[in-house]
Design a binder for this molecule. Sequence first.
Ligand code: FAD
Ligand code: NA7
Length: 511
Amino acid sequence: MHRGPITEAAIAAAAVDPDIGGAAASYDWDLFVIGGGSGGLACAKAAAELGARVALADFVKPSPQGTKWGLGGTCVNVGCIPKKLMHTAALHGEAMKHMAPSFGWNVDPATLKLDWETLRSNVCDYIRSLNFGYSASLRSKNVKYLNVYARFQDPHTLELEDKNGTKTVVTARRVLLATGGRPTTLDIPGREHVITSDDIFFLERDPGRTLVVGASYVALECAGFLTGIGRTATVMMRSIPLRGFDADMANRAVDFMEQHGTAFVRGCVPVAITKDATDGTLRVEYENVSTKERGVLGPYDTVLAAVGRKPETAAIHLDKSGVRLHPTSGKVPTDHFERTNVPHIYAIGDIIEDGLELTPVAIHAGRALADRLYAGGKTVTEYRSVPTTVFTPLEYGCVGLSEEAATEKFGIIEVYHTNFKPLEWQLPHLDDNACYMKLIVNPMDSERIIGFHILAPNAGEITQAVAVAVRCRATKADFDATIGIHPTIAEDMTTLKVTKSSGASAEKAGC
Ligand code: FAD
Ligand code: NA7
């Protein structure tokens, strides 16, 4: 879909979608939102607050393993929230084991054991409280919540099917597609033994010894927290880690994981999984992608596939709506204003082509869309310079371009960088120089910051603030002129001196 320049006129025109039903047509709803995840909820609530008559359908098809959950979508139920809580459980364990004794705590690291059932049930209770909170907030904002699966009958008509198979039909002036995505799994013999991120957080049995297949952020985050809670985790990656992120940072994040107990099997893919008939453990036959040599790994208690996600666009009869899909990704092409090719049908969140699969992006897009449609708002969601963080054991936060993308875009770049060790790691003598940050600047434009990357504890908290500076088009001189907060990790960004081009070491010798 063409994404031309964003002008005032274009923004205003985008809010006046022609009503193909004709001016006299009357509809059950002004806006019907399909999908009650991050984006759909945000848009529905904002539109209703602005006076629109809004209904929202959310229906979770159980995973192939039978896991299901409530209102709120991926982030709340099987994404950001449980993942960050389990990451936190791992960080607590690591701190108790490796740090607490040096700070005088009488902890015996050898006896520490995480009780999976306590963690899982507390996380699930919290998720259920969020599910309840979402349905209460829809009610209070006057959004009609329907626990039904929605499909198109025609561009303004939807068939709604509940869990008993009962069908009803509604009409809507506008429709918002916010159906998100679901994990793909392995297409190999024994795939029925494989779980995905849709299952791991709700798993009633202890995951135990786990093979994680895939090397993107979902894979590394899951392997990281499993290692941190004392389970044995092995990552099988067929090529590079964290494709799309800065390669140097990705490798550093993986090195840290490897040094802290996560095993990596590189250049391999699983080809078959067998389950032992007596003890139920899993063995994984794998193949080296270049040599084609085969081997067997195991036994495992769990095989977790984190090999990508696919958009939930195949079963909603989009052909009857006229909305076109991207031929290979199956995602929905949209313009700057979240419009599909059908003027009154919009799409946001994980299903859009060339979007970003992140909760705050879906929320921003949903709110901005409601504001443009029902209040003459002018805000347009920008899908660039969006900060993000990978919650690996040592967190990796970034905003702006990777070194590879910056070099491709600008040709010549400069990188200011430093290794460092947080003060908190000094007493327990934890890894020297494992933490790292870099500012990528454009030397031809006053050393404007075009990328920031950090591998450190609490990287997400730091990166969020840097994102404001990047958005304000800060330069290296602005960072130099900013006085640091001592003693923090983040203060190093105000004193960066070593450039990559100098070839000097970025490692630090002392405090
Ligand atoms: P979703 O939240 O997926 O919601 C879509 C909803 O629509 C679902 O409830 C679905 O069941 C429902 N639905 C689908 N079809 C229909 C239909 N026909 N009728 C009715 N209902 C339907 N993002 C971050 O920003 N930070 C993170 O740390 C982070 N961690 C993640 C970790 C994992 C393991 C995963 C998988 C994702 C993570 N994400 C993270 C991504 C984030 O969860 C998504 O970007 C976000 O949830 C997308 O929101 P959405 O509104 O597009 O769709
Ligand atoms: P991604 O980002 O699509 O990454 C998939 C990973 O799985 C990646 O490392 C792939 O390797 C690997 N992969 C894909 N297929 C296979 C097979 N068949 N065998 C082995 N390895 C495979 O998926 P995620 O699930 O981590 O995250 C998707 C989005 O969900 C993400 O953007 C978040 O917003 C939430 P490759 O690099 O292609 O060699």
